[in-house]
Each structure stands twice: as structure tokens, then as C-alpha cells.
Design a protein around this ligand. Structure first.
Ligand SMILES: Cc1cc2nc3c(=O)[nH]c(=O)nc-3n(C[C@H](O)[C@H](O)[C@H](O)COP(=O)(O)O)c2cc1C
Length: 313
């Protein structure tokens, strides 16, 4: 498949593996890039030195393009913003804040900048700042979410901006990807399905919980704090929601309860202390697979369905 995004980035298949804090390391990103998609390393891996090491490791594992996802609200965002230039990273995706302070330096370094957006207004703002494309992420997604869902969000952003739009949130296989292309997207970003990739570092308990999850297996926590995240319904998530509903618990106490919870899920598989971030497609996850099988199933599946589409008319 050739789309505006494959041509812009020099990748074979229009699929990104979403940056995932504490999870998206060189091994996963390189496996996705080797399969023809765009692997993305997270900026939240334990400090700038760890991110630099993962970038260098990815270069050893693949000669194909890969990106770095920078969470702009993180205290060390400025350090990571500088090190991606030093390390010659070609593609940056951003989340949780405005890339404005870094945009000029990145553009001068020839970096393609692709912010994650959850509304039309923010997509327009990113275009104005000079973004090369945007990732329209709907509220079906795992992790931090906005209010609008992919089916409604993507065409509204496609209509509003003149730059390429990727679709994220709720895309699991060729069916979701084909739908995203029909909505006007030129590619897809997938997070949840890559959590069960053989190359993904998350704890076995995390993978097994995803495989067992049903269609109603996720919930949203953190909305009362202005920081909504979608995660699996675990004892931790239920306790978090209970605290949010209680008048006797302060926002500070809730925040303290949530501190470090993604790490506890990723590394310890801790069901009572960990936040198992996952999207609504968790119910479709049935088995562990290699990253390349995931990439090929999604893109070949979409190609097949789009080829058959005229039979519907
Ligand atoms: C465990 C997990 C962690 C995530 N962490 C980040 C992150 O650090 N930065 C970011 O921009 N997006 C993050 N996301 C969102 C993904 O990059 C991606 O856009 C999203 O998962 C796509 O929707 P899906 O979960 O339905 O596939 C995360 C998602 C998950 C599931």
C-alpha cells in the first residue's frame, strides 16, 4: 500500500506501533520497522540515558525508519527533545502537551513531527505549528484519551486539515484499518494489539489478562482528575474508581495511589497496584503473536477487504 504517509516517511506499510510509556523499547520498535511499519520508541523508559540507549539499540537492530514518541508533559521532555536531534532520529510523534518549544529545532534538523491529537482544534493548531501529519486518536484507545471516538473524530480532522491524518484507537485488524482508510486516514496507529507481541516486554500476567478480556473488559479512570485513561478492569482500576467516587478521598490521595501504577503492571503484573492500560479492542485479542504477524495481518487484511469492497455495491 502506498499512501501519503508511506511516501513521506519511506516506510512500506502504513502502520505505526504507538509509543507506549515503559513498554515501547528498541526490540518492539525494531521488529515493527523490520516488518515494514513504523516502530516507535517511548520517551518514558526511565530517563533520557535509557531513551538514548534504546535509540542506539534500535539502529543496531534495523536499518529501516523508526520514530520516538515524546510525552511533552514529562519533566525530562526538553532533554529528550534535544537528544533525538543528537541521535539523528528522523521521526518524532508527540503527546500530552504542545511541541511548540521544540518545533523549530526539530524542523531545522529535518525531523518529521507527527503529534497525537484528540480534537479538530488541536489538529489545526498542530498544522499551524508546522506538523507534517497528525495522529487522530479516538477514545477507544488504551492509555490517555480524549472525548471523541475514532469513527467521528477521524473524518472531522481529515476535513479540517491539509496534512496527512493517521487514525488511532479501536483498530485491531484489517477490518478496522480498512474502515480508517475509508474515513480518510492515510494510515493507522495501533497500541493495544502490540502488547501481546512476542517482542513486547510487558509481564505475562498483562498479556494473559488481555487475552482473557471481553468486549466490556476496559474502563476509564482518572476523569475526575482531568487525566482520563482507558485500562483493563482490574482490582486496581476498580479501587481507583471507588476513590474517585468517594467524597472522603482527596485528588492528591488518588494521584498518590496511581503513582507508578503503569510500571507495576508492566514489570510486576501487579493486579492490585498496577494500571493495565488497554483499549476497547482488548476483547479481540485472542493470542500472542509476533510483531510482524500483527503488522501483516492488519495491512494485508485491509488490502484484501478494500479489494473486495466493490462487491458490496
Ligand atoms: C499501554 C499503553 C501505553 C500507552 N502510552 C502512550 C504514550 O506513552 N504516549 C502516547 O502518545 N500514546 C500512548 N498510548 C497510546 C498508543 O500509542 C496508541 O495511540 C493507542 O494505543 C491506539 O489505540 P489502541 O489501543 O486501540 O490500539 C499508549 C497505549 C497503551 C495501550
Amino acid at each position: 500500500m502506498r499512501t501519503a504517509i508511506t511516501q513521506m516517511l519511506g516506510i512500506e506499510k502504513p502502520i505505526f506501533q504507538g509509543g507506549m510509556a515503559w513498554i515501547a523499547d528498541a526490540r518492539l520498535a525494531a521488529a515493527v520497522s523490520e516488518a515494514g511499519g513504523l516502530g516507535i520508541i517511548s520517551s518514558i523508559l526511565g530517563g533520557p540515558d535509557a531513551v538514548r540507549a534504546e535509540i542506539r539499540r534500535a539502529k543496531e537492530l534495523t536499518s529501516k525508519p523508526f520514530g520516538v514518541n515524546i510525552m511533552l508533559a514529562a519533566p525530562d521532555a526538553a532533554d529528550v527533545a534535544a537528544l533525538v536531534i543528537e541521535e539523528g532520529v528522523r521521526i518524532v510523534t508527540t503527546g500530552a502537551g504542545s511541541p511548540s518549544p521544540y518545533m523549530k529545532a526539530w524542523k531545522d534538523a529535518g525531523i518529521r513531527v507527527i503529534p497525537v491529537v484528540a480534537s479538530v482544534a488541536y489538529a489545526l493548531k498542530m498544522q499551524e505549528l508546522g506538523a507534517d501529519a497528525v495522529i487522530a486518536e479516538g477514545a477507544e484507545s488504551g492509555g490517555h484519551i480524549g472525548d471523541i471516538h475514532t469513527m467521528a473524530l477521524v473524518p472531522q480532522i481529515v476535513d479540517a486539515v491539509g496534512i496527512p491524518v493517521m487514525a488511532a484507537g479501536g483498530i485491531f485488524d484489517g477490518r478496522g484499518a480498512a474502515a480508517a482508510f475509508m474515513l480518510g486516514a492515510c494510515g493507522v496507529q495501533v497500541g493495544t494489539r502490540f502488547l501481546v507481541a512476542d517482542e513486547c516486554r510487558v509481564h505475562d500476567v498483562y498479556k494473559e489478562r488481555l487475552i482473557k478480556a471481553s468486549d466490556i473488559g476496559t474502563m476509564i479512570t482518572g476523569k475526575s482528575l482531568g487525566d482520563a485513561v482507558r485500562c483493563l478492569k482490574t482490582p486496581f482500576a476498580k479501587q481507583f474508581a471507588k476513590m474517585e467516587a468517594s467524597r472522603d478521598v482527596t485528588p492528591e490521595q488518588i494521584r498518590a495511589f496511581g503513582t507508578g501504577s503503569l510500571r507495576k503492571a508492566v514489570f510486576d503484573g501487579d493486579l492490585s497496584g498496577g494500571s493495565f492500560l488497554a483499549g476497547e479492542v482488548a476483547g479481540l485479542v485472542k493470542r500472542r503473536e509476533s510483531a510482524s504477524d500483527i503488522v501483516n495481518d492488519i495491512i494485508c487484511g485491509a488490502e484484501r477487504l478494500l479489494g473486495q469492497a466493490k462487491e458490496l455495491i
